[in-house]
Every structure is written in C-alpha cells, then in structure tokens.
Write a protein that binds this ligand. Structure first.
Ligand SMILES: [Zn+2]
Ligand SMILES: [Zn+2]
Length: 197
C-alpha cells in the first residue's frame, strides 16, 4: 500500500496553552503535560501560560520544564491582585484577565511596565473595555471563547487601535487548535501580530 505523507497543520504561534502545572484548573487533563504539548508541534512559536496562582510554589520547576522543551515561558495572571508579584518574575510574556474595574486596568499597567508582551486574554468574557487599555497591549482572539459572544460587535470598533494575537487556550490535547479564532480573524480582516517573530 502506498504510504501518504501526513502533516500536522502548523499555525504561526500559540501562546495561550495550559498544562498540568495548572493544578487547580479542573479543565486540564492529566495527559496535557508540557512534554506532550511540545511533542505535538502544532505551532511555530509555542508558549506555555499556566495560571500564575498555581506557579507561586513551583516556579523553578515550571521554568526549567518549559525552557527544556524550547518553549516560551508565559503565565496567565488573574487580575490585579497578583500582577505585581508576576511582574517581578522572569516570564517572557503575560496573558492577563482584565475585568472591567479600575483595579484591573491598574494591574495591566503594572505588567506593561515590565516592557514584556502583555496579551489581554479572551477580553469579551471579562467585558474588558478596550477604551481603557493602552495601545501597546495585545488583544487576544481566543479559540475557546470567541464564538460565545458577538465577536463582530466587540472587536470591530478596535481593529485599527490594537495588535491582535490568536490563541487556543488549550487545556486538553484536542483543544490545541485555532480554527474558530482564525475564522474570526479572517472575517474581521485582522492580520495577526507575531509576538516573537
Ligand atoms: Zn483565562
Ligand atoms: Zn487560559
């Protein structure tokens, strides 16, 4: 029988991925290890962004594991409370939950002051008011959530104001994809901003 070549579809970047380091996130399955994500090779630039609140005690092993596999070292910060602590640690980029509160917009400024890329995660889930977000902030189009809201109404007023990043928000192997988010980006005419080139 003729053996046909099969390729994994490769997207330019995926910086919103969770692994078993997010110990308190019940959506993460035990198979979703850093090793597994690295082995799939579904994106040219792959970053791991486990929830910061679960990394406080395990940061060293988290960093060593992510870097050993040649992946970018990120974290997802849940609002202002831990933004200062996260900003003081050597992450290469941040995902950020920015609720529509003055406190969370201040937390965003704390992360931006590091000079590292900051991506506001699934902003329409938290009703982030993009008029309160500095223009150097990167805005995510999130495959896990984007279809659950009126994405056209939410994003359209801001297409000329920000750079956009597409992320899977994968907690499970089967979620390592961005088909819906990329469909949305095409519909909006967004050219994705590549964070690490
Ligand atoms: Zn999130
Ligand atoms: Zn996430």
């Amino acid at each position: 029988m003729l053996k046909k070549e099969i390729h994994v579809p490769v997207v330019p970047q995926d910086l919103h991925i969770h692994t078993t380091f997010s110990t308190g996130d019940s959506a993460v399955v035990p198979e979703q290890t850093v090793e597994f994500v690295a082995s799939v090779g579904h994106a040219r630039s792959v970053g791991i962004s486990d929830h910061f609140e679960y990394l406080v005690d395990t940061f060293d092993i988290y960093r060593d594991t992510v870097k050993k596999h040649g992946l970018y070292l990120g974290t997802e910060v849940d609002g202002a409370a831990l933004a200062g602590e996260a900003a003081g640690m050597p992450f290469e980029y941040y995902m950020y939950h920015c609720r529509n509160t003055d406190e969370d917009y201040r937390g965003l400024e704390v992360l931006l002051a590091t000079g590292r890329p900051v991506i506001v995660a699934h902003p329409q889930v938290f009703e982030t008011d993009l008029s309160k977000v500095p223009p150097e902030t990167l805005i995510e189009i999130n495959n896990r959530y984007v279809w659950r809201n009126n994405w056209r109404r939410y994003y359209t007023p801001w297409l000329g104001s920000f750079n956009f990043v597409i992320g899977s928000d994968a907690h499970q192997p089967g979620w390592l994809g961005q088909v819906v988010a990329r469909h949305v980006a095409v519909e909006l005419g967004v050219e994705e901003h590549l964070v690490f080139g």
